[in-house]
Design a protein around this ligand. Structure first.
Ligand code: HEM
Length: 140
């Protein structure tokens, strides 16, 4: 059986071989999909499953990211470790500017410059590891 040359989706005729790109940037900011879409409000996800076609940081379907499980665990772990092990302070005292710059990986327009100081717990852990396996701590 031969394949049709054009597929129909809603009012669109899509010729065979067309590359379709999903604009997840726009979907993630669509006020028809999200309340107050541009506010940073992680509580909006608390205690509920989000429908997969609304939130797709890892893509969806057959070519979705196979590293999503690892990615999500690593982000939580890295962020948790940075908060648990260091005290953070802004340098300028101004509020952080989260405006987007240009580029594929959504860089910030203005880099955030901060100072960090290792917490007491880090010194303890490093001293312990020094005793146990002879490592020489460099963060002190
Ligand atoms: C927070 C971290 C990550 C994010 C946000 C992310 C996001 C994405 C996105 C959006 C895609 C494209 C999906 C599509 O084409 O629709 C993708 C593909 C892919 N990702 Fe990730 N990813 C992450 C971490 C990882 C990790 C840790 C691995 C491997 C260890 C990985 C391996 C891949 C591979 C191999 C593909 C291509 C899949 C294919 O085309 O069949 N990613 N990722």
């Amino acid at each position: 059986m031969s394949h049709p040359r054009t597929a129909k989706y809603k009012e669109y005729d899509v010729p065979r071989g067309t590359i379709l790109l999903v604009n997840s940037w726009a979907i993630h900011r669509d006020p028809k999909v999200w309340d107050d879409p541009t506010s940073f409000n992680p509580e909006r996800f608390e205690g509920k499953e989000v429908e997969t076609h609304k939130l797709m940081p890892f893509g969806m379907g057959r070519r979705a990211c196979p590293g999503s499980g690892l990615g999500q665990r690593m982000v939580g772990l890295a962020l948790g470790s940075l908060i648990q092990c260091f005290e953070w302070e802004r340098i300028s005292g101004e509020k952080a500017d989260f405006s987007e710059g240009t580029g594929l990986t959504m860089p910030k327009k203005k880099p955030l410059e901060v100072m960090c100081k290792s917490r007491e717990i880090v010194h303890k852990v490093l001293q312990e590891s020094d005793k146990n396996i002879g490592l020489h701590p460099i963060i002190l």
